[in-house]
Ligand binder design. Structure first.
Ligand code: CA
Length: 226
């Protein structure tokens, strides 16, 4: 399980990352909001711990931007003591949980475990890379290569492709894809799924008009064959 810790207080970064690594988590850190946003949109994490008071871009803005860009990784926000209003704002912007500073590490660990248990069972990190047809998907770098050349995918397209690969061979309904890939704080229609599948086909299929990997099952949904 890979955690991104976005926090600017060096002492806290050290204490938290030591403890989290001790619990077996892989921890990456970012010391300001912009760096945090950049890492969270370009790499895949299982969870993000996001401080509110950060240099360059505050935690609320980072959280909002992540959700707007389709990153649905669970976020636990760290707020200062007494910032009751902040908690409400954070949850509205798409954070999943919050913790008030100062907190006990044991409390943070409990919240992390609770969040990760709710995440989909099939983790991205079952693979580091996955190959099919002309395509190689690098999950660590959130990158897709087609015959060795980088294919530009939006964050949502990448999440959708990842979900297909994790559930390859299974029939996936549009509703399931909406729930699992778009998640709780978006309200797109099932048509959105069709549009994104069409875009993905343009990028990964040898012949998008006659898909070999992203198959339509009429009346049922889609199936990925890789
Ligand atoms: Ca701070």
């Amino acid at each position: 399980m890979r955690i991104l810790l976005v926090e600017d207080e060096p002492g806290l970064v050290m204490t938290m990352s030591d403890r989290l690594r001790g619990e077996g988590y892989e921890v990456e850190t970012a010391q300001d909001g912009e760096a945090g946003l950049a890492r969270a949109t370009s790499e895949s994490f299982d969870l993000i711990i996001l401080d509110v008071m950060l240099p360059r871009k505050n935690g609320f803005d980072v959280c909002r931007d992540l959700r707007q860009q389709g990153v649905s990784t669970p976020i636990i926000m760290l707020t200062a003591r007494g910032q009751v209003v902040d908690k409400v704002v954070g949850l509205k912007l798409g954070a999943d949980d919050y913790l008030t500073k100062p907190f006990e590490m044991i409390e943070l660990l409990a919240r992390i475990e609770a969040r990760l248990r709710r995440a989909p069972a099939a983790s991205v990190h079952s693979y580091e890379t996955y190959r099919f047809g002309l395509i190689e998907v690098d999950f660590r770098r959130a990158e897709v290569l087609r015959e060795g050349k980088v294919v530009e995918l939006s964050a949502r397209e990448f999440q959708l492709l990842r979900y297909f690969i994790e559930h390859r061979g299974s029939t996936l309904s549009r509703d399931e894809l909406l729930n699992e890939v778009w998640g709780y704080n978006a309200m797109p229609s099932t048509r959105t799924v069709d549009v994104h599948v069409a875009w993905l086909r343009q990028k990964i299929e040898p012949n998008p008009r006659h898909p070999r990997h992203l198959l339509t099952l009429h009346g049922l949904g889609y199936k990925f064959v890789g």
